[in-house]
Design a protein around this ligand. Structure first.
Ligand code: MSP
Length: 519
């Protein structure tokens, strides 16, 4: 049993949570839950990034103090985690004293080591991105890309971290650790970035320009700038927790891989004498209905409302099934409903109904044991389904290990489809009408087989749909054991369990799809 420390990015609190934030938390939660199932001691951190100019501005615009503003928005992010059934062990806020203390201590250490120096800086500054820009950031026509908002030229005295000094070390480190970034092609992107000389990193802002930040311990006239504050959260949360550093996995979006997580962070840690995280996973971005999400144009999915409408697990399932980790995907209600109906309601939900319904109709609600007659009656279809299970389980576990959750779900649901096909082939409703002893034995075999296949198929789902699996176990009268791997073998443990009367796991949605494709 190992320790596994996993984090998400910490979200800016200048806006409410959206689908991108929801996805990242669900993805990290699936990994955290899977590691727990595999027996690891997991520490799962998420939280919010509360300092910076944008927060200061948003609070001012509302006429409230920045702290109050942060308190309100942070509460929304916490509520999102609760709503989405995120199993985080901690929720960090960068305005907490525990974090400020660590940031200041680390800055002081680097300053004492001579890794931080003061210099004049003149350059183009983007208020929106809170960063100085370089010539290479310009559009080919010389203008600044829209993402930077208003760009102004300023000169100021600031503090710098000796990033450039570690460039060769980082290149060598990445070459030795080819799995540092997932997916692998993004590691290449980091190396391409490092092919250009690395500038030292400006880590401060004068207080006159930015008040809402952590003061530098060696110069109170300055606060530290976004990345030096934000990235350190991962370390803050495990200070005093033995053996949890380095982090095993940082789950982030592709936009904050290069340079923050793959360049600044490992170098900051190196300079501090701390080991770098073991891996950084950069996921893709969601668009909505084929367009960039945007609150102002209404192209926006409010994750809490969506989960309220269709169920938390259905939303979790869709996001994980639809997106191949690392690639971009599009979110549309029509595509959501297509999967909801075909894969959840009509496939998994239907299997649950059939198991309950037929066990009640033909066996007094008690799952039959495979006694000698029933075992003898079972034949090729039962053996084929059991063999498919072994294959499905092995593939699904390996796919989870490789972050290929969409494929793991596809295989799992294919097993559920095969189980439904098995039921149609055996047609217990016909066997139930027959008085022949061979048919009665076959009926018992069929009822035992379908219940066991449902238990097993759903045993591959708790990382993605924890609530649904609990419900399935409950209606089967079953409690899963502590050792997850021991849940994955085909046997007769359900024999004698009393099933529920009925269950509707995925009710028919009340609304029609908002958009449907027609040919
Ligand atoms: N505060 C910084 C991260 C600091 S981590 C030390 C930040 N915050 S953010 O709120 O802008 O983004 C938080 C996470 O949400 C990022 O990993 C980002 O990639 C992710 N997403 C934001 N929009 C997204 C989509 N449209 N789709 C998927 N994820 C997206 O960056």
């Amino acid at each position: 049993m190992g320790k596994f420390y996993i984090t998400t990015a910490i979200d800016y609190v200048n806006g409410s949570p959206h689908l991108g934030h929801a996805y990242e938390k669900v993805l990290a939660d699936v990994i955290a839950r899977f590691r727990r199932l595999m027996g690891d001691e997991v520490f799962f951190l998420t939280g919010v990034d509360e300092h910076g100019q944008k927060v200061q501005q948003s609070a001012r615009a509302r006429g409230i103090a920045p702290q109050q503003f942060c308190d309100e928005v942070s509460a929304e992010f916490r509520a999102l985690c609760a709503k989405l059934d995120i199993s985080n062990d901690d929720f960090i806020r960068t305005t907490e004293p525990r974090h400020k203390q660590v940031v200041r201590a680390l800055l002081q250490q680097l300053y004492d080591q001579g890794e931080i120096y003061r210099a004049e800086y003149q350059g183009f500054y983007s208020t929106r991105q809170e960063q100085f820009l370089q010539e290479k950031d310009r559009n080919p026509d010389g203008s600044w890309p829209e993402i930077y908002g208003d760009v102004t030229e300023i000169t100021e005295s600031n503090y710098f971290f000796r990033l450039g000094k570690y460039q060769d070390w980082l290149i060598a480190y990445l070459k030795e650790n080819e799995h540092f970034v997932f997916p692998r092609h993004r590691q290449q992107q980091v190396l391409e970035f490092l092919a250009e000389p690395l500038n030292d990193l400006c880590i401060s802002r004068p207080k006159e320009r930015l008040e809402w930040g952590i003061p530098l311990p060696f110069d109170e006239g300055y606060v530290t700038y976004v990345w030096f504050d934000a990235l350190v959260n991962y370390y803050t949360a495990v200070v005093g927790k033995k053996d949890f550093w380095p982090a095993d996995l940082h789950v982030i979006g592709k936009d904050i891989l290069v340079p923050p997580h793959a360049v600044y962070w490992p170098i900051m840690l190196k300079a501090l004498g701390l080991p770098p995280p073991k891996q950084v996973l950069a996921h893709g971005w969601w668009s909505i209905n084929g367009k960039k999400m945007s609150k102002s144009t209404g192209n926006f999915v409010e994750p809490v409302a969506f989960a309220d409408k269709y169920g938390v697990d259905a939303l979790r399932y869709f996001m994980i099934r639809e997106m191949s980790v690392g690639q971009d995907s599009d979110f549309s209600e029509a595509q959501f409903l297509a999967r909801y109906n075909a894969e959840l309601a009509n496939n998994l939900g239907n299997l649950v109904n059939r198991v309950l319904n037929m066990t009640n109709r033909f066996a007094g609600g008690v799952i039959p044991a495979l006694d000698a007659d029933a075992l003898a009656a079972s034949g090729e279809p039962e053996r084929a389904l059991a063999a498919l299970w072994d294959k499905t389980r092995d593939e699904a576990v390996a796919l989870h290990e490789g972050y290929q959750f969409h494929l793991a779900l596809e295989r799992t649901l294919a097993f559920i489809t095969a189980t439904n096909a098995y039921i149609e082939h055996r047609a217990p409703w016909k066997l139930g009408k027959s008085a022949a002893p061979a048919d009665t034995a076959l009926l018992r075999a069929a009822l035992a087989t379908m219940a066991e296949a449902l238990r097993l198929g759903s045993s591959l789902l708790p990382a993605v749909m924890p609530g649904t699996v609990k419900k399935i176990h409950a209606v089967l009268g079953y409690h899963a054991g502590e050792n997850w791997r021991a849940e994955l073998t085909w046997d007769a443990r359900l024999a004698g369990r009393k099933v529920a009367e009925a269950a509707i796991l995925f009710p028919r949605p009340e609304t029609k799809p908002t958009a449907t494709k027609t040919k």
